[in-house]
Design a protein around this ligand. Structure first.
Ligand SMILES: NC(=O)c1ccc[n+]([C@@H]2O[C@H](COP(=O)([O-])OP(=O)(O)OC[C@H]3O[C@@H](n4cnc5c(N)ncnc54)[C@H](OP(=O)(O)O)[C@@H]3O)[C@@H](O)[C@H]2O)c1
Length: 285
């Protein structure tokens, strides 16, 4: 039986993915902050019983680095070497770089980068010994370029991707591989008020927020259901190539195509237009 560890399986893309993989016959280790509440939701979604050996919960708080070795130990004790780890859990924040406070930057990097790095480090010895395993990093189209008003998020996902790329070269000789999923817009809590907004909408960047929010609303209205993401993840966990980087969602695909083939300064300009950011010098005092 193949085993997958999915972080942040309590809601959104993680819940849909854990449900899909369970239905595909995987043993799912759902790594979550609130294990009981998360398991309850997963049991409702999958129809699994409370004593189903294919659905397990382990406690994980990515922003508490000191707790990660205990999480890894609990995973290994329960299932040995997992066949796949899906670094799905993540947080976002909105607001201009100048208005996003240090503790928000720290929270984002802890959850989106340092936690996944530490969890992987803790599980790698057993996975290397097993000689197989896939590490999936859930990134974002918001990291294809530095994106305005989500700079901390964009930077953290960019860092996650560069780490995953480097890691893939190091672990390929041991039979392990990495997939990076550059994810588009899916209908989850991350698109709602659950994501903190540090912007002062009546302050210096007010005009930017106005434009970006109306452009953002249109994108959110077209968000895909999380189940679509789960199908792509289902394909990602069985890939065997040393490194795969692929987009999930038509919007991510279109932006990735543009970022690859259109010169950087034009991409910058197109993003500015799409987000309705005032032109250079327009807000000069
Ligand atoms: N939805 C999109 O449009 C979209 C687009 C691009 C990329 N992504 C990425 O997809 C991933 C999943 O996001 P989502 O859309 O499903 O968002 P979501 O519905 O807000 O779910 C976020 C998940 O992360 C977990 N989490 C947050 N902080 C954590 C921590 N410190 N330790 C452990 N778990 C933590 C949450 O657990 P709790 O229930 O305990 O809060 C929740 O399960 C994220 O990495 C996100 O950046 C999403």
């Amino acid at each position: 039986m193949r085993t997958v560890v999915i972080t942040g399986a309590s809601r959104g893309l993680g819940l849909a993915s854990a449900t899909h993989l369970y239905q595909q016959g995987w043993r799912v280790v759902a790594a979550m902050r609130s294990v009981e509440a998360g398991l309850q939701r997963l049991r409702t979604a999958t129809g699994a019983s409370a004593d189903d050996p294919r659905l397990l919960g382990v406690k994980l708080d990515l922003s508490d680095l000191a707790s990660i070795p205990a999480t890894a130990q609990a995973i290994e004790q329960a299932v040995g070497a997992p066949d796949a780890i899906v670094h799905n859990a993540g947080v976002a924040a909105a607001g201009a770089a100048e208005e996003t406070p240090d503790d928000a930057w720290q929270q984002l990097f802890a959850t989106n980068v340092f936690g996944p790095v530490a969890l992987t480090r803790a599980l790698l010895p057993t996975m290397r010994a097993a000689g197989r395993g896939r590490i999936v990093a859930v990134s974002s189209m918001g990291a294809l370029r530095g994106m305005p008003v989500i700079s901390a998020y964009s930077a953290s996902k960019g860092a996650l991707e560069r780490w995953a790329e480097a890691l893939s070269q190091e672990i390929a000789p041991f039979g392990l591989g990495v997939t990076i999923l550059v994810t588009g817009t899916f209908n989850t809590d991350i698109l709602t008020e659950q994501t903190p907004d540090y912007g002062d909408h009546h302050g210096a960047y007010g005009a930017l927020y106005d434009g970006i929010h109306s452009a953002g609303k249109a994108a959110v209205a077209k968000a895909s259901p999380p189940e679509k993401f789960a199908l792509a993840l289902g394909r990602a966990v069985v890939d065997t190539r040393p490194i795969v980087r692929r987009t999930v969602g038509a919007d991510a695909g279109a932006l990735a195509f543009m970022a690859r083939w259109v010169p950087g300064r034009f991409v910058h300009h197109i993003v500015r237009m799409a987000m309705r950011i005032p032109p250079q010098g327009a807000l000069r005092a």
